[in-house]
Design a protein around this ligand. Structure first.
Ligand SMILES: [Zn+2]
Ligand SMILES: [Zn+2]
Length: 413
């Protein structure tokens, strides 16, 4: 027997409704915010992620599914959703459309990492990308969109925000941070020691205890913001106040990707016991230009769908199942089966979810099966019904019975 590859998961037919439910909530809310779906390929040129995601991130350094195709091109399965959207935006000249361009995606992403709860090697992400608007009102809108989705799904979340500044103020901050860490360089974990020169900001969200302790009293980036970044951050806070969405300013949030500027945010939940991040995002004003496009600002977020599902299940949130079978026709005998087949076909043509037996079951077993698929009504057709031209339609919920002409069943639904 051939098994499923490590870190991947089947979504079985009796659980796919959960995915469809989350996706339907996501699509509805994104649409209400004026966002349309964008679909980009599962794989891209590796170069896109090196330039777009940043070559000092863990994703790019350790976790990418990269391979050489038969044409000797380096190809990578997308490890996140943003870079592909940015590439498409530039390649298709979307900056000529009316701005802002509000997009969302639902996509599989691939990371070669040790599989952990809710973090498979292939998992799925919902994300939004709003391009073209530089104001904090767009940041606030993106945050509110994420919040609407998370609360609609029944999760309790808290919002943490921070500003990472721009290249200008980050330069000052990086030197202040390096100065602060200078004497304790040896106490940093190995990864952070390399980060110290390349990307000191990332030391702030290191999960290693000694690093966490060290950065606790580090200078705060929000104290180093230039006037423009400061005004942007203040504006965001007042808009969130206006929307009645409470937040905590957490200066240690820097997000894992190199492309963020100004606003960064996370939604965390305590629904799984310990605090966990369910959504992360922020502003990236330099991503498009970094990838060879124009000077187009952007803001967005991503959230892992497996993780959402895990949280919803842990909380016991009831996920609505799709439509059940409307009417099941139990047939006895060859002639009756033909009639049932004909009626079911016509009902389906009318758009009604109708079914009949395909396993040569006896009448009792057919009733049992109709119960298993939660059929709302069951009609029995046998030789008697064919001879009399009438049948009984049973409503399974209360056992009530209607007498109908055999051919009247089609008009009944
Ligand atoms: Zn700045
Ligand atoms: Zn560290």
């Amino acid at each position: 027997m051939i098994n499923i590859p490590k870190g991947t998961k089947d979504v079985l037919p009796d659980e796919s409704y959960k995915w469809q439910y989350i996706e339907s909530v996501v699509r509805r809310i994104a649409k209400n915010f004026g966002a349309n779906e964008i679909r980009t390929p599962t794989f891209e040129h590796t170069e896109l992620f090196l330039r777009g995601v940043g070559d000092t991130t863990d994703i790019v350094n350790k976790e990418m599914y990269t391979f050489e195709d038969k044409g000797k091109r380096s190809i990578t399965l997308k490890p996140e959703g943003t870079a592909g959207v940015a590439r498409s935006f530039i390649e298709n000249g979307l900056s000529n459309r009316a701005m802002p361009l509000k997009m969302y995606y639902i996509t599989p992403v691939f990371r070669y990492e040790r599989p952990q709860a809710g973090r498979l090697r292939e998992h799925h992400q919902f994300g939004v990308e709003f391009y073209g608007a530089k104001g904090a009102d767009t940041d606030a809108e993106v945050i509110l969109l994420a919040y609407s989705v998370l609360t609609e799904l029944g999760l309790n979340v808290k919002l943490n925000i921070n500003s990472m500044g721009c290249e200008k103020c980050r330069k000052d901050y990086n030197s202040a941070l390096k100065e602060y860490l200078k004497d304790n360089l040896n106490d940093l974990c190995e990864t952070c020691q390399t980060r110290y020169e390349k990307n000191p900001l990332r030391i702030l969200d290191c999960k290693v205890e000694t690093c966490k302790k060290l950065v606790k009293n580090a200078p705060k980036i929000t104290d180093y913001l230039c006037d423009d970044c400061k005004a942007h951050f203040e504006n965001l806070k007042s808009l969130l106040d206006l929307a009645g969405l409470s937040y905590t300013v957490n200066p240690l949030i820097v997000r894992g990707l190199d492309y963020y500027t100004k606003t960064v945010f996370e939604f965390v939940t305590a629904d799984l016991g310990s605090q966990g991040t369910v959504c992360g995002g922020g502003r990236y004003d330099n991503l498009i230009s970094q990838l060879g496009g124009g000077n187009v600002p952007g803001v967005g977020f991503g959230m892992g769908i497996e993780r959402l599902l895990m949280l919803m299940e842990a909380k016991g949130i009831n996920i609505p199942q799709g439509e059940n079978c409307k009417v099941f026709i139990a047939a006895m005998g060859e002639e009756a089966y033909k009639k049932a087949f004909e009626i079911v076909s016509e009902l389906r043509q009318k758009g009604v979810y109708a079914d009949l037996d395909h396993m040569e079951r006896g009448i009792k077993a057919q009733f049992k099966y109709s119960d298993k698929i939660n059929a709302e009504y069951v009609a029995v057709i046998g030789d008697n019904e064919l001879a009399e031209g009438y049948l009984n339609l049973k409503k399974m919920q209360d056992g009530s019975v209607e007498k109908l002409p055999v051919n009247g069943l089609i008009d009944r639904f």
